[in-house]
Design a protein around this ligand. Structure first.
Ligand SMILES: *[C@@H]1O[C@H](CO)[C@@H](O)[C@H](O)[C@H]1NC(C)=O
Ligand SMILES: *[C@@H]1O[C@H](CO)[C@@H](O)[C@H](O)[C@H]1NC(C)=O
Length: 339
């Protein structure tokens, strides 16, 4: 172990990173400087950050490791918990597990993550949860109460969506027919299982086509010897009229994410930055940036208007702690070089 200190530090090795972290923590050479500490921790890609923290813990010991957590203890949970993870799947898994702790679940983070992850991503999140000792779908089954909100989350948790990118207009028409039968206000045959099979199992392109067809679909049914034609409505109106509470929120978010995933994340960031003090906007921004790091963060940042614009918006936001701002900018610096 001592040999380590005799070798000149190799740029970017876990050992030199750990040393930098230790020095930042001890305030070497210019006294403790929070800004330096944040940069050392956050200006990294996931895997390298995990290696640094693990190496730091091994080399400098448990007391110093506790010291690290103490020094950053006032920062929001969402931004601290990611520092020992090595992928966004682990981060998302923790967000979900945390959101289900306590007396009542926090629906916002659950909805955000569950409606917007692809099946492939969801499978990785489930694996990560298992590695953290939690079977995610079982946990949802236990914690999300009774009713259709839980059913929706469990369907998404199965992560068995078809992920091809073909579409079939005839199939879209058939699906519209089933969805229209679901209304009006569920007077007609309600086949929730059938609805879920359409909404959560069809591939994204197919759903986008179906949503478009849906708005112009003419649905007629026989009622006491009379043909009745339902008023046309958009998929959003259908959801708004047929569902309530958390389920409605989840499905409306889901439709947004299906229609435009990158745009969905951009809006989470935009709204989070301007939500106003006391809202959970800050955590929403952290979750989105941390959760998409290593996946599609560059695309999201480009769609936002570029890194400079995002950094500027983060700096100017009155709703973010100073710590959060520094950390997010550091993450962007290390994970979004070409934005
Ligand atoms: C902390 O370090 C940064 C970067 O090295 C420097 O710009 C800043 O002035 C320092 N702050 C304090 C309080 O020393
Ligand atoms: C990522 O972290 C998890 C949990 O700490 C660990 O089990 C896994 O092996 C790590 N993966 C890599 C590539 O280091």
């Amino acid at each position: 172990m001592f040999l380590l200190f005799l070798i000149p530090s190799i740029l970017g090795s876990p050992e030199s990173d750990a040393k930098a972290l230790n020095e930042a923590l001890n305030g070497i050479p210019d006294g403790f400087n929070e800004s330096t500490l944040i940069t050392v921790i956050y200006e990294k890609k996931y895997l390298r950050r995990q290696k640094m923290v693990e190496t730091f813990r091994r080399v400098y010991g448990e007391d110093q490791y506790s010291n690290l957590w103490n020094k950053i203890s006032y920062a929001p949970d969402d931004i601290r918990m990611g520092i020992i993870d090595n992928s966004s799947a682990f981060y998302d898994a923790k967000v979900l597990i945390h959101a289900m702790r306590g007396r009542s679940y926090k629906k916002k983070p659950i909805i955000e993550v569950m409606v917007s992850r692809t099946s492939k991503e969801m499978k990785k999140i489930k694996e990560a949860s298992l590695a953290l000792g939690t079977d995610l779908c079982d946990q949802m089954d236990c914690e999300l109460g009774f009713g259709d909100f839980k059913d929706v989350m469990l369907e998404l948790c199965k992560a068995d969506r078809n992920e091809d990118d073909w579409y079939d207009v005839d199939l879209a028409l058939k699906d519209c027919d089933k969805l229209y039968q679901f209304g009006p206000r569920r007077m007609l045959d309600t086949d929730e299982y059938g609805i879920n099979k359409i909404l959560f199992k069809r591939n994204y392109e197919q759903l986008r086509v179906m949503f478009r067809v849906f708005s112009n679909y003419v649905f007629t049914y026989l009622w006491k010897d009379e043909y009745i034609t339902l008023e046309k409505r958009s998929i959003e109106t259908m959801i708004d009229e047929e569902y309530s509470l958390s389920t409605k929120d989840a499905l409306l978010e889901y439709v947004k994410a299906v229609k435009n995933r990158i745009g969905y994340f951009v809006n989470l960031i935009k709204n989070g930055l301007t939500d106003g003090a006391g809202s959970n906007g800050e955590r929403q921004v952290i979750r989105t940036i941390f959760g998409r790091t290593g996946i599609d963060l560059p695309e999201i940042v480009k769609e936002f208007g570029g890194k400079d614009k995002l950094v500027e918006s983060i700096r100017k936001s009155v709703d973010l702690y100073w710590f959060t701002k520094q950390a997010l900018i550091a993450i962007l610096n290390a994970n979004c070089e070409e934005c």
